[in-house]
Design a protein around this ligand. Structure first.
Ligand SMILES: Cc1cc2nc3c(=O)[nH]c(=O)nc-3n(C[C@H](O)[C@H](O)[C@H](O)COP(=O)(O)OP(=O)(O)OC[C@H]3O[C@@H](n4cnc5c(N)ncnc54)[C@H](O)[C@@H]3O)c2cc1C
Length: 303
């Protein structure tokens, strides 16, 4: 940590939005991760651009964080600036059938706004514990729905700090990917179009999906959701289960017995435990089925 750089961030964002040596275990759903040199919480797009300008001038790497629900941060932490786009940029407004959400809004908040306005089509996302930004980047999906089905446009910032709006057709949304991911854009805002629905049916659908999640997923443990992507023609969880790996453990990291697609932090797991377990699972599944499991979870920092 460099005190001159810290001062530059403080002058821009204010002392209360700048942290140093911030434990990333507090900002990831895995509850794992060492310290980030700088942890910054801007509250507008322009400030995100200014922070990035400082990072470039001072040659410090930066990383955009949402709710940290698809992320494994190394035990050694991150030598750079984590820029969190979350609660400080999380407004949600409903106008007719359209919802405009800032990137930091939680999917659950958007789903609640849709439900309150009797709009249907976003029920699938209500139980995904991420932000709109994180969901757009990876075209998050569940129970037959995905962001691609509901987005109309997304406002992004490029690495030069230019802000522009892309219609859905230009987002190149695919299975857990988008142009935002490949071009390294930052999501600032998204517009979603839904249909008018029956409030009772919307409520029942959301309730049903919550029950399906709580009965099938190990939500009682910290995790980052599905650890591996779905390989074409297979389900990662089933391959792992059929390989006899339910409950398989490395240190505090464990393949969930409730849902083998999830690696859980069963107690004091380190990032190294999770990485080693993931490598072993990948190798064992490959040996048995000839299928290569690829991580869905993102890795950040020093392991
Ligand atoms: C219990 C559990 C259940 C889950 N279920 C599902 C599910 O059903 N379906 C599903 O798709 N996912 C699921 N996930 C994974 C995760 O919630 C989603 O991937 C979510 O979209 C990640 O959002 P986030 O804000 O937490 O992103 P983060 O984990 O903070 O970041 C993930 C990636 O997105 C990037 N990013 C985040 N915000 C922005 C932004 N504003 N601009 C640019 N890049 C950004 C980050 O740089 C990083 O590369 C689950 C996770 C958990 C823990």
């Amino acid at each position: 940590m460099n005190s001159e750089i810290r001062k530059m961030f403080c002058d821009l964002l204010g002392e209360d939005r700048v942290f140093t040596e911030e434990a990333m275990s507090q900002h990831t759903t895995f509850k794992i991760g060492g310290p980030a040199d700088y942890f910054l919480m801007p509250d507008k797009g322009e400030d995100v651009g200014r922070v990035i300008k400082i990072c470039k001038e001072k040659e410090i790497p930066y990383f955009i964080l949402g709710n940290g629900s698809n992320l494994l941060v190394g035990d050694g932490g991150y030598r750079g600036a984590v820029i969190q786009i979350y609660r400080n940029m999380s407004s949600v407004t409903v106008e007719g059938n359209e919802i405009t959400a800032q990137a930091g809004a939680l999917l659950s908040a958007v789903a609640a706004a849709a439900k309150n306005a009797s709009l249907t089509g976003f029920e699938f996302a209500g139980g995904i514990p991420g932000t709109i930004g994180g969901a757009v980047v990876m075209n998050a999906g569940a129970y037959g729905g995905e962001m691609k089905d509901v987005l109309t446009e997304v406002t992004v910032m490029n690495a030069e700090g230019d802000i522009f709006t892309l219609p859905t057709e230009e987002l190149e949304l695919g299975y857990r990917t988008s142009i935002i991911k490949t071009a390294g854009y930052i999501v600032l805002e998204a517009k979603i179009r839904l249909k008018e629905g029956d409030p009772e049916v919307i409520r029942e659908t959301m309730k049903d999906l919550t029950i399906r999640r709580t009965t099938k997923q190990p939500l009682e443990y910290p995790s980052a959701g599905s650890t591996f992507k779905r390989p074409e023609g297979y389900f990662a969880g089933k391959l792992i289960m059929d390989s006899g790996l339910a409950g398989y453990q490395v240190g505090g990291a464990q393949v969930s017995e409730k849902h083998c697609g999830f690696v859980i932090n069963a107690g004091d797991a380190t990032a190294r435990d999770v990485r080693t377990l993931m490598d072993n699972v990948r190798d064992i599944v490959y040996k048995k089925y000839g299928v290569t499991l690829e991580p869905e979870v993102k890795f950040l920092g020093e392991f």
